[in-house]
Design a protein around this ligand. Structure first.
Ligand code: GDP
Ligand code: MG
Length: 441
């Protein structure tokens, strides 16, 4: 991947104590190849490497950094700038409702992301409405209705015989009357950009004057994503981009080019098919991810969002008092599930990022292990869960038989549970009180 290769380049630099102009040039040649291979736009790469080289050679070495670290710092700053620098927030209208129009090619993820956005806005205390503006694909309206149900958001539809511009207008009127403060308009897509589609989208735009026109693009399409973004922006003047399917093995190159080539920021990234698989796009965090430093902030935020705060405080209290037992642990395992696929979580931890095996099935393997541990705990009596010290040899045999595990498995879970408790006592008070250790892994 892009990350692996860039890390290779930096690893070679890290071995050095000082840096010649030749070193910088060699490193930049490699960075250039890596970026091109990752599908970053040619001109973007050229400008980027030139800027880094100039700064790396010309700049004074900062105190506390050695020369290679300085290059990494410059590369990360320049990559951040390439991605737009600051996080670009959504614009909300002072006058309700704020209108968000989604557009993009067929299959890019518009309908899915209409739902994800609604879910995110609802979490922020807003009251969104979804609008079925794709009247061509037979199942499109139904799909949006299913999505709306999942995220508990009303869906406005007028069937498939009314013009989408009219539908959007009527939806905004209704939102005004019913107090929906955000209107999210889903629109039709085509396999390719064509004039008929652009005409229709222009009419929708003219009818409701959206505060945000977000283009939904599929990261898997690589360089093509950038061309599509350019086409839509020329026709519609978009405000930002949602880059979807970054959970697949998309080459990150598209993300790096969109801002520079189109001049519009990426505002969100889609990282899965589920309704909570939407992340706000932070350029600096994306860069640390690309450079393999792990994305601790995202991890912490996800953990905070998923783990019930009160319960976390409760766990922490128990840990302090050394009263954390298998019942709490079982509950906590269920919390961890909410964070997302295990391999994705592990990949965000510095030191582990890039080292988590990406083989197909790796995630399922961890899931299976977790299920095995769960089965073992479920075979304990309530008393055993609360007081693991009473689990003697005969109890171990019974638990093993009950859960279909071997005695060694049971022993391992018991030992690792103790280790985890010790480790977690170390964590507590450092803000990550509820970060779970994972026996069985
Ligand atoms: P639309 O034609 O633009 O409305 O696209 P849809 O919302 O119908 O999405 C097309 C397909 O892509 C569906 O199967 C979605 O589940 C899938 N999809 C959308 N966003 C993502 C994402 O971020 N990650 C993954 N893996 N799949 C996605
Ligand atoms: Mg759709």
């Amino acid at each position: 991947s892009l990350t692996d290769k860039l890390q290779g380049v930096f690893k070679r630099l890290r071995g050095k104590s000082s840096l010649s102009e030749q070193d910088v040039n060699d490193a930049m040649r490699e960075v250039r190849l890596v970026l091109l291979e990752a599908d970053v736009n040619f001109k973007v790469v050229k400008d980027f490497t030139a800027r880094v080289r100039e700064r790396a050679v010309g700049e004074q070495i900062l105190e506390g950094l050695n020369a290679p670290q300085q290059v990494v710092k410059i590369v990360s700053e320049e990559l951040t700038a390439l991605l737009g620098g600051e996080q670009a927030p959504l614009t909300f209208s002072h006058q309700s409702p704020t209108v968000i129009m989604l557009c993009g090619l067929q299959g890019a993820g518009k309908t899915t992301h209409a739902g994800k956005l609604a879910a995110m806005l609802r979490k922020q205390g807003r009251n969104p409405m979804l609008v079925a503006g794709d009247i061509y694909r037979p199942a499109a309206i139904k799909q949006l209705e299913v999505v709306g149900e999942q995220v508990k958001t009303p869906v406005f539809t007028m069937g498939d015989q009314t013009d989408p511009a009219e539908i959007a207008k009527a939806a905004v009127d209704k939102a005004q009357r019913y107090g929906n403060d955000v209107v999210i308009v889903d629109t039709a897509g085509r396999l390719q950009i064509d004039e008929a589609l652009m005409d229709e989208l222009r009419r929708v735009k003219a009818a409701v004057r959206p505060h945000e026109i977000l283009l939904v693009v599929d990261a898997m399409t690589g360089q093509e994503a950038v061309n599509v973004a350019k086409g839509f922006n020329d026709a519609l003047e978009i405000d930002g981009v949602i880059l979807t399917k970054l959970d697949g093995d998309a080459r990150g190159g598209a993300a790096l080019s969109v801002k520079t080539v189109v001049g519009k920021p990426i505002k969100f990234v889609g990282v899965g098919e589920k309704m909570d698989a939407l992340e706000i796009f932070y350029p600096d965090r994306m860069v640390s991810r690309i450079l393999g430093m792990g994305d601790v902030m995202t991890l912490i935020e996800r953990a905070e969002a998923a783990i019930d705060q009160k319960q976390a405080a409760e766990f922490e209290k128990k840990l302090r008092a050394n009263k954390f037992d298998f019942e709490d642990y079982l509950e906590q395992m269920q919390q961890v599930r909410k964070l997302g696929p295990l391999d994705q979580i592990l990949d965000m931890i510095p030191g582990l990022s890039g080292k988590v095996p990406k083989m197909p099935g790796a995630s399922e393997e961890s899931e299976k292990q977790m299920k095995r541990v769960e089965a073992i705990i479920c075979s304990m009596t309530v008393q055993e869960r609360r007081e693991p010290t009473i689990i003697n040899g005969s109890r171990r045999r019974r638990i093993a038989a009950g859960s279909g595990a071997s005695i060694q498995d049971v022993n391992r879970v018991l030992t690792q549970f103790e280790q985890m408790k010790t480790m977690m006592r170390g964590f507590s008070g450092k803000g990550l009180g509820a970060m779970p250790g994972m026996p069985g892994m």
